[in-house]
Write a protein that binds this ligand. Sequence first.
Ligand SMILES: Nc1ncnc2c1ncn2[C@@H]1O[C@H](COP(=O)(O)OP(=O)(O)OP(=O)(O)O)[C@@H](O)[C@H]1O
Length: 214
Amino acid sequence: MHSISFNQVTPRVFAEVTDLHSEVWKSQVTFERGKKYLVAADSGCGKSTFCSYLQGYRNDYTGQILFDKTDIKSYAIRQWVEVRQRHIAMLFQEMRLFAELTAYENVMIKNRLTSSASAVEVKDWFSRLGLSDKLDVKAGQLSQGQQQRVALLRSLVQPFDFLVADEPISHLDDTNSYEMAHIIREIIDKNGAGLIVTSIGRDLPFDYDKTLKL
Ligand SMILES: Nc1ncnc2c1ncn2[C@@H]1O[C@H](COP(=O)(O)OP(=O)(O)OP(=O)(O)O)[C@@H](O)[C@H]1O
C-alpha cells in the first residue's frame, strides 16, 4: 500500500456541523508511504474515529477513503485482516494489552503471526525502553506508561506500510518519548513505511513532513 487518501470524508457525527475547521474532514488529503505526518487535534475532534476508519472498525462516514485506488468500503473481512496484519500497524490510545499475559507474551503473541522480529531484537527494545525487569510481569500490573511502551513494541512486530500511533506518548516522560521515537524511526526507515501520529498536545518528537489539523 503506497497511499491513504481521504476524499471529503465526513463522520456522521459531524455531518450537521457547519463550522468544522479541519484539514482532514471534509477535505482532500493523501498520506504517502515513506512520509511522516502529525495529525493534531483538540479532544473530541475525531482522533479515535480517524483511527477506527483506518482499521475497518467503523464506517459511519460519507465521502471516500482510498487505500491506493481502492475504496475501503468495498473491503470484506478477509481484506481487513490482511490490512491489519501486513499493511497498517496501529498503536491504540487505550493500549488494549492482554492483562493476564506478561509484557513479553503480549508482544510475542502478535509476533508469532508473522515472525517479523527475533526474540533478541524484542528483548533489546524492552531494554532500550527501560523495561528489562518487566518482561515477566503481567500487563495488568504495569503502570500506564509501561503499558504504553509495551503496546508500542506490540504494534511494531508485524510488517507494515503505515504505522498509525494514537497519542503514543500521553503517559511517557521525555526520555522514554525520545527513545520511543528512535525505535520507531529505525523501523519505519528500514521498511520505508509511513507514519501517522495523532496528538492533542505533546507530540512524539519527530521531523514531520506535514502537520494537519483534524
Ligand atoms: N463508536 C462511535 N460511534 C459513533 N460516534 C462516535 C463513536 N465514538 C466516538 N464518537 C463520536 O465522535 C466524536 C469524536 O469522538 P472521538 O472519540 O473520535 O474523538 P477524539 O478526538 O479521539 O477524542 P479524545 O481526544 O477526547 O479521546 C464525538 O462526538 C463522539 O461522540
